[in-house]
Design a protein around this ligand. Structure first.
Ligand code: HEC
Ligand code: HEC
Ligand code: HEC
Length: 326
């Protein structure tokens, strides 16, 4: 028995010494030109596949992915966040990208063998030590679905074209903010001060959004005001008049014992809170869920206002402020 233990201890010692030599003496060749040893790629890929299958959300957590605005938002994010590595469907990957190990597959190949729930996990979490990045902020799985919606449309041949990567300045911002509705807010109804402060919040992570962190970091902060002024100068869109009755109108105007009246802050004085009338219903509902869940907490008053909102309240209020009636 003693001999067995001794032999095992010696073997373990040799193993550790060997590993130590590989690490300490630089024996493992990290060159991306060398490729993996035979079999290693297959082991890594099987590990990756099984890790994703184990952790992906279940299929019944997948929201409807066929909304054109959601798909267009995903395409807009894809243009600057993914296309540099996976290319767009009609272009080739650059020579340098193809020299990565592992190389990012062309997007049609990258999505071919994954279900929407698995794609969501990969895009939110990234893949360690492969060059595939995680979503830029945590706890915004809701945003990741827009990219999954775009990729799902790509599979069925129903995807719109990805916006050009040559767009700059206000034209770039407008590719989402005037071309896409649904989860994308209008900017033309807000004050310049509010919008400039929000861009800073996105850059610092105070207001966590992977989509806007990506967009805001593509423009230099010193240009914010000029950029926002140019964006606001477009043709003003009509703002619908809210319907005066119904549960949403009542809650907004009077509040309840647990929920303060929204219009106390979201009324005529823009210094108390941003304008809400005329924002798309989907955007309002998304934002209210983020506040109600505490994911957004950068304003204590708004956080307190949303804390007791039920899902029914959120739906009624979003309808009311979007002008959709109750
Ligand atoms: C810096 C380059 C880079 C960027 C940017 C990038 N990826 Fe990747 N991606 C990779 C690499 C490398 C892999 C391969 C991982 C592997 O095979 O181990 C990968 C893998 C994937 C896969 C799984 C493919 C497979 O091998 O089965 C999907 C899906 C994917 N990426 C989607 C995206 C999306 C969507 C975005 C944008 C939100 C994105 N990627 C951004 C480099 C990148
Ligand atoms: C890929 C689409 C996309 C692009 C491009 C984009 N945005 Fe956004 N923007 C969004 C989405 C989605 C939100 C909501 C994010 C959230 O959940 O907070 C948003 C929110 C904002 C807000 C906050 C509005 C509010 O009412 O609180 C501002 C300000 C803003 N964007 C400015 C810009 C500017 C300036 C640019 C160009 C540099 C830009 N955006 C480019 C999609 C986009
Ligand atoms: C005490 C003042 C106050 C009350 C009451 C209040 N809010 Fe707010 N709300 C704010 C402020 C301030 C912000 C801006 C937070 C920020 O800087 O991002 C905000 C942000 C929002 C946003 C996000 C808008 C955007 O474009 O980013 C929505 C949606 C919203 N509030 C809805 C409501 C609703 C619905 C109610 C009523 C249940 C309500 N608020 C009550 C102060 C208030």
């Amino acid at each position: 028995m003693r001999t067995v233990f001794l032999t095992l201890a010696v073997l373990a010692g040799l193993g550790l010494a060997g590993a130590g030599a590989v690490v300490g003496l630089g024996l493992y060749n990290v060159s991306a030109q060398a490729g993996h040893l035979p079999g290693v790629s297959r082991v890594l890929h099987t590990t990756f596949r099984n890790a994703v299958r184990l952790r992906a959300p279940s299929m019944d957590q997948v929201p409807p992915l066929d909304d054109p605005d959601l798909i267009a938002l995903g395409a807009g994010h894809y243009a600057t966040a993914c296309a540099g590595c996976h290319a767009t469907p009609d272009e080739a990957r650059s020579a340098t990208i193809r020299a990565m190990l592992p190389a990012p597959p062309p997007i049609e190949e990258a999505i071919a063998h994954w279900q929407p729930n698995e794609l969501h996990w990969i895009i939110e979490n990234g893949v360690k030590m492969s060059g595939m990045p995680a979503w830029p902020v945590k706890h915004r799985g809701d945003e990741v679905w827009s990219v999954v919606a775009y990729l799902t449309a790509l599979k069925t041949g129903a995807a719109p074209e990805v916006p050009s990567r040559d767009l700059t300045g206000a034209a770039y911002c407008a590719s989402c903010h005037t071309q896409v509705g649904g989860p994308v807010p209008r900017l033309d109804i807000q004050s310049l001060d509010y919008l400039a402060a929000k861009l800073e919040d996105y850059r610092s992570g105070t207001r966590p959004s992977g989509i806007m962190a990506q967009a805001a970091r593509l423009v230099p902060p010193q240009d914010d005001r000029a950029l926002l002024t140019e964006l606001a100068a477009g043709t003003p869109q009509p703002t619908p008049r809210p319907t005066p009755t119904g549960p949403g109108a009542e809650l907004a105007r009077q509040g309840t014992r647990d929920v303060p009246a929204c219009l106390a802050c979201h009324g005529k004085d823009p210094s108390r809170g941003p304008a809400l009338f005329g924002q798309p219903e989907a955007y309002l509902a998304d934002q209210l869920r983020l506040w109600a869940a505490g994911t957004y907490h950068h304003d204590p008053l708004m956080l307190a206002a949303a804390r007791e909102l039920s899902e029914d309240d959120i739906i009624a209020l979003s309808r009311y402020f979007s002008g959709g009636g109750d």
